[in-house]
Write a protein that binds this ligand. Structure first.
Ligand SMILES: Cc1cc2nc3c(=O)[nH]c(=O)nc-3n(C[C@H](O)[C@H](O)[C@H](O)COP(=O)(O)OP(=O)(O)OC[C@H]3O[C@@H](n4cnc5c(N)ncnc54)[C@H](O)[C@@H]3O)c2cc1C
Ligand code: FES
Ligand code: FES
Length: 1227
């Protein structure tokens, strides 16, 4: 081994890399150099866990091998010298034996699209290596850095519960290959530098030298200091440091820098204004030892330590050696608080460290430190306020003075970066109030009540943290009818067919397809302006980047540059851009890294044009797409005139990012003759990909073959928007004659491809004193973005669902599509339905409040009955909603819960509970009638094996599994004989996109038809040989020259709703559901704890918030800023049941569409939150609160806190100066 050799071990095999490139990440090395594609790229910024691997190194202090889970996307390979890396391929395989972790996640339905699965498997595996019998709490903690968008987490935890100590399961962690089995030599080793990794990736920084401080023993220890201080050497990981300091984690509420290996030293020196640790160190009076060549100095981390944004007192050549944290003294109290959007693994909005020291034996303040992150461009200390409190007593007077002082001292400008100005200001007071009460509580216990305030018992809950109970373990599947044969899998809970391969990393996603020898990489070049003329494009610098091949743009398109569902888009913007993220061109290079650098080097100049960003701006500027949609029934004027009461109001519903774990990806392979091209795409829409590419290249569709094996999630985001990437890649392949690949980075994906439509509704509802609604008018506006895409059909569905489940005699709904300069919004699970229904439930809850009647009673009296006509004149048959409603009321013990909630609210001032029960009715069919068709193709081979293909794509929803179940029952053969390889345009043509929850119904029926054809052809051979086997009949048919290949086709009958006449069936049938949710909110911080939800809807209605600048640029471009629900977000009690004995005659084998309908049921959380806020406002006797108040969706901690108006919020009202441009606007 020479000095320039990097040596590490991957799955037991020694890897020697000469002159390793310091920029190469472990992920790139595993996937590209070693061909280990099980480890996935989900975000590239350490925020999703898809790339999790286990690193093992010998620790000389503990004299043992330590195992860490680590994000391979940020770890430079150079930091891995003498480290053993274990990837998902290294622990088990379907070819040999799955590791129990892989097996259990697969069997428990914990893998749906499977893209997150290898990362989750590796987090669990690492935990088991360190702790063979973990508690459920440790299991949940291990997943703090892992996200999953499909499963809702519960099945994963359910599968892994069997490893837990208290699970009642086996409690043993079965061993697979251990480190000892590997030829790994123990040695000291590094861990990675994540912040540096982020800077290289996102800020394009190149460093002349990268040092790995974890190799330096002096920088890696936690020791009790000589003067009653604990000394942490600087780069010690936050995990090690927190493990070594008892009470450290307990000190604050939800306090972690994420549990992956990130260094304490790195956290301090990065000087992030929202660092969790820095306010704590500052408040504690920590001392830092700083060294340089020949010098050593000690500084206290006080208000001078961070002189400016991202700056510390350290000179560039200095190194932070250690941090000394003083022990607490007699009469000293310390707390830390953090509020983030999501409770786990989330950067703070505001974070703080607070310390008070009393004069001996008194409650008179000797020292007070209140340090905050998130309130300035650096960590700050509220010196003015705290200095004033010296010698004051810990009582109400001090509380009021501190609050008034903080409100003044920690003010933020209305346009402060990060936005949420009033919320952040209020939090500084709320945190202090919590600290005040906590200290009071402790002083009370210590009997020091002299001159000290008294703790009102109704305030005590303000100091309690939400406890994280492990989620309960419930899911009820529908039972199969008695006597159903064991082999008949229909209606049984069958694990996803590919689950085992997904868990072992063998499942192949688009970017896992091995690279072609002459393959090139493409990177899109997109607009930085929302609306502008393109003045010039200069690629001269890009051409200097190594490996540059070409730049492509509109001028290169051989066919038509016009594209889009309504022919209102361009493959590449020409002359003008209409949104930030608009595709202008693309660079093609030899590698992904070079493509990124070259794309950044393309210089574009613009001439700005006026832009329309928000719905309000679109209304003001009359900027709409035609047509205006309308549904009207009854006589509105008469209805309103008869009403006892009329309420009108407004509701804004924010957009949502799909956040499929696998971003958009296409590989285009030119075939070299007659314009043929093969595309491997992660798309829900093979047909449109084929036709749009053909149109762009100017070739007939029969030359373009589109193939989809599986997607790592879609949720509607790959229904049309995948094509903007595919057409660009196809053009590059055409121009270069080489295979070209592009997988979008997470930030590009979020920027370019749009999401769920934000909606604004203006409603007016007329109702009787009894709560009976007699008239309703709703104007709906959606933010469609810069092209029509599917916006019209999404608005149609919103209008068709504006009644939700209620019979309203006089009703008018209108819908306008706002043409704005945002990336085109598109399909997303529910397709406008959730927006329409949320608005319905919103005014319904206002009706109940105004009438002073229980909301559940008002909902019930307005509910449809069997045989009623909807507002679009469709008769409701098989209306099972009333049954669902009664079952849910009973099984949730709604009325008993309600009494409990009321009692809790009386007894607690700063924590409130809310309860809500919400129904849903979801129409099943595409709203465009001709799309309601499905196709299938079956080949039976002479060995009896069956190759099945159908029109639907697999994105984790288990469609292929269901289709195999259908074929298995129809052909009466075991599922093991049937295989689905992929979806492709040359097997089943002209397919509808896999969407609208109907793919199983449509394609299932087509599969059934194809099976019937095969069965008919086999019939004579069965008759001839009744005791023969399937294989005998197949072979006999073959020998008799009978075709064993058949197609099947199905179209849904009797559909054809017309908006013009408000007649014709819009849907084939309806899916119904009811959910009851209970929440508890912290009125001081807006934090909440949920007891019942469906997780993607939970994200939509309570968590996920896209932030756009007033100029239309998306701020939230990755998991660090856009928060989808994580493991800790799921409810602790979560019961799901399917209604029994309600067969659905309208779909194949009584199938029921459940892909989209349940999402809306999470609205019950939104309304339970609103209920809890209402209780908080009712308890506020200082201010006269209106009964009706606006709460827009999502109900984030910010909105909850701001709605719980109290003495703290009123101190922090921030006016908006004229001409002030806020950091973000509501689009
Ligand atoms: C996904 C993710 C989530 C995160 N969540 C949070 C969170 O919730 N709260 C929070 O506070 N932070 C959070 N962070 C930030 C994280 O804590 C810091 O990135 C981390 O602590 C920095 O450590 P590092 O080992 O990555 O730093 P490195 O990349 O090693 O170093 C960062 C910088 O500090 C310098 N440096 C490092 N050590 C020394 C030293 N001893 N002397 C002098 N200079 C030094 C380096 O030169 C470099 O410039 C998150 C980061 C990621 C990636
Ligand atoms: S954490 Fe590495 S890809 Fe997301
Ligand atoms: S299964 Fe977890 S993201 Fe799809």
């Amino acid at each position: 081994m020479t000095a320039d050799e990097l040596v590490f071990f991957v799955n037991g095999k020694k890897v020697v890399e000469k002159n390793a490139d310091p920029e190469t990440t472990l992920l790139a090395y595993l996937r590209r150099k070693l061909g280990l594609s099980g480890t996935k790229l989900g975000c590239g910024e350490g925020g999703c866990g898809a790339c999790t691997v286990m690193l093992s190194k010998y620790d000389r202090f503990q004299n043992k091998i330590l195992h860490f889970s680590a994000n391979a996307c940020l770890a430079p390979i150079c930091s891995l010298h003498h480290v053993a890396v274990t990837t998902v391929e290294g622990i088990g395989s379907t070819k040999s034996r799955l590791h129990p972790v892989q097996e259990r996640i697969a069997k428990s339905h914990g893998s749906q699209c499977g893209f997150c699965t290898p990362g989750i498997v590796m987090s669990m595996y690492t935990l088991l290596r360190n702790q063979p019998e973990p508690t459920m709490e440790e299991i949940e903690d291990a997943f703090q850095g892992n996200l999953c968008r499909c499963t809702g987490y519960r099945p994963i935890l359910q599968g892994f519960r069997t490893f837990a100590r208290v699970s009642g399961g086996s409690g043993t962690a079965a061993k697979a290959a251990t480190l000892k089995d590997h030829s790994w030599e123990g040695s000291k080793g590094p861990w990675k530098e994540e912040e540096t990794g982020i800077e290289m990736k996102f800020k394009n920084k190149l460093f002349p030298m990268i040092v790995c401080p974890a190799w330096i023993p002096e920088l890696n220890s936690v020791e009790p200091g000589p003067e009653a201080e604990v000394e942490v050497s600087a780069p010690d990981t936050d995990t090690t440091a927190t493990d070594s300091l008892p009470g450290w984690r307990r000190a604050g509420s939800s306090f972690h820098c994420a549990t992956r290996v990130r260094s304490v030293g790195g956290n301090i020196i990065t000087a992030s204004p929202i660092s969790d640790l820095n306010p704590v160190f500052m408040a504690s009076g920590a001392k830092l030892t700083i060294v340089s060549t020949g010098t050593r100095r000690t500084v206290r981390m006080d208000h001078t330590f961070f002189p400016a944004y991202r700056k510390t007192l350290l000179a560039p050549e200095e190194i932070l050696l250690s941090i000394e944290i003083p022990y607490s003294r007699e009469g000293e109290y310390f707390s830390a608080f953090k509020q983030a959007s999501r409770r786990e693994d989330d950067i703070a909005k505001v974070t703080s460290g607070m310390r008070v020291l009393f004069n001996p034996g008194t409650v008179q303040v000797k020292e007070l430190a209140l340090c905050y992150g998130g309130m300035a461009d650096r960590t700050i200390s509220a010196l003015k306020t705290t200095r004033r409190q010296i010698s004051h007593f810990w009582n109400e007077g001090l509380l009021q003075d501190v609050c008034a002082g903080l409100a003044e001292e920690l003010s933020l400008a209305p346009d402060a970066p990060g936005g949420m100005v009033e919320f952040r200001r209020t939090l500084t007071l709320s945190f202090f109030f919590k600290f005040y009460l906590t200290v009071l509580q402790k002083l009370g216990k210590e009997n020091s009540e002299d001159k000290c305030g008294k703790l009102d018992p109704t305030h005590a809950s303000a100091t309690l943290l939400f406890q994280k109970d492990p989620p309960a373990n419930v899911q009820l599947f529908q039972e199969v009818p008695k006597g159903q044969s064991e082999e008949d899998m229909v209606g049984r809970s069958l694990p996803h067919l590919a689950a085992a391969m997904q868990a072992s990393g063998e499942a192949v996603y688009c970017d896992d397809i091995p690279r072609y020898e002459n393959e090139l990489s493409l990177r899109l070049v997109t607009s930085t302006r929302a609306h502008a003329k393109i003045k010039s494009i200069d690629t001269s610098e890009a051409q200097k980047v190594p490996g540059f091949v070409c730049f492509i743009s509109a001028d290169d398109v051989p066919g038509s540059n016009i594209t889009g569902i309504y022919n209102d888009e361009m493959v590449f913007a020409k002359d003008k851009v209409t949104c930030v993220g608009h595709i202008i061109g693309a660079v093609v290079t030899d590698t992904r890294e070079h493509a990124q650098r070259a794309a950044q080097a393309v210089k574009i100049t613009y001439e700005d044009l006026p832009a329309v960003i928000t719905i309000e701006e679109a209304i003001k500027n009359d900027s709409f797409y035609e047509p205006e949609l309308k549904i009207e029934k009854g006589n509105l004027t008469k209805g309103f005139s008869e009403a006892d009461n009329i309420v009108s109001g407004e509701l804004h519903i924010g957009g949502q990012e799909h956040f499929y774990l696998e971003t958009h990806c296409t590989i285009a392979v030119p075939k070299g003759e007659a314009g043929e091209m093969e595309l491997f795409v992660s798309t829900q829409n093979t047909m449109k990909t084929q036709s749009f590419v053909a149109n762009m290249l100017g070739v007939p569709a029969n030359r373009i073959l589109v193939r989809v094996k599986r997607m790592g999630g879609g949720f509607g985001g790959k229904e049309t928007r995948s094509i903007v990437v595919s057409t660009a890649v196809a053009l590059a392949a055409y121009k270069t004659g080489c295979p070209v690949r592009c997988m979008l980075d997470r930030d590009e994906d979020m920027l370019i491809t749009g999401g769920r439509h934000p909606f604004l509704a203006r409603y007016k509802v007329g109702f009787m004193k009894t709560g009976r609604v007699v008239a309703l008018q709703v104007e709906h506006y959606s933010n469609a973005g810069n092209s029509m895409d599917l916006s019209q059909h999404i608005m149609e569905r919103a209008l068709l669902h504006m009644d939700n489940c209620y019979n309203i005699p006089n009703i008018r709904g209108t819908g306008r599509l706002c043409k704005t300069n945002l990336p085109s919004n598109t399909a997303f699970r529910g397709f406008g339905g959730p927006q329409g229904m949320l608005i319905a439930e919103y005014w319904m809850s206002e009706v109940a409040v105004t009438c002073g009647l229980p909301a559940e009673e008002v909902r019930r009296i307005n509910m449809y009955k069997e045989g009623d006509l909807t507002h679009f004149n469709q008769k409701l048959e098989g209306f099972t909603l009333s049954k669902c409603w009664d079952e849910c009321l009973a099984s949730s013990q709604y009325h008993a819960r309600k009494r409990e909630v009321e009692k809790f609210n009386e007894e607690n001032c700063w924590k409130k509970r809310g309860l809500s029960i919400i129904p849903t009715k979801y129409g099943i069919s595409y709203s465009i009638p001709f799309l309601n068709q499905g196709g299938a193709l079956i080949h039976v081979y002479t060995d009896g094996s069956v190759l099945l293909t159908h029109g639907g794509t697999e994105m984790g929803q288990g469609l292929h599994t269901k289709m195999v179940q259908v074929a298995s029952r129809a052909l009466k053969i075991p599922t093991s004989k049937i295989y689905i390889s992929e979806t492709s345009t040359n097997t089943v043509p002209n397919t509808s996109p896999t969407a609208a929850s109907v793919s199983a119904d449509l394609n299932g029926q087509a599969v059934y038809e194809a099976c019937q054809t095969i069965l008919k052809r086999l019939e004579p051979f069965k008759k001839k040989n009744p005791s023969g086997s399937w294989e005998d009949w197949v072979m006999a048919a073959y020998l008799d020259a009978v075709s064993l290949s058949a197609t099947g086709f199905y179209k849904t009958p009797n559909l054809g709703y017309s908006f013009e006449t408000n007649s014709g069936n819009a849907f084939h049938y309806f899916s119904y559901g009811v959910a009851c949710s209970e929440v508890e909110i912290d009125c001081l911080t807006g934090d909440h704890k949920v007891e019942g939800a469906f997780v993607q809807g939970l994200g939509l209605f309570t968590l996920e918030e896209l932030h756009y600048s007033p100029e239309g640029s998306l701020h939230t471009r990755g998991p660090s800023t856009y928060k989808i629900p994580a493991f800790g977000s799921i409810p602790s009690v979560f019961r799901v049941s399917l209604l029994r004995d309600c067969p659905n005659k309208k779909a194949i084998y009584a199938s029921k569409a459940v892909g989209e309908p349940p999402l809306f049921l999470a609205a019950s959380i939104f309304f339970a939150i609103k209920d809890a806020i209402r209780a908080a406002r009712a308890g506020n006797t200082d201010h006269k609160m209106k009964k009706l108040f606006q709460l827009d969706s999502p109900a984030t901690p910010e909105k909850i806190r701001n709605a719980c108006v109290d003495k703290f919020t009123t101190l922090c009202i921030t006016g908006t100066a004229e001409n002030c441009k806020p950091w973000s606007v509501r689009v």
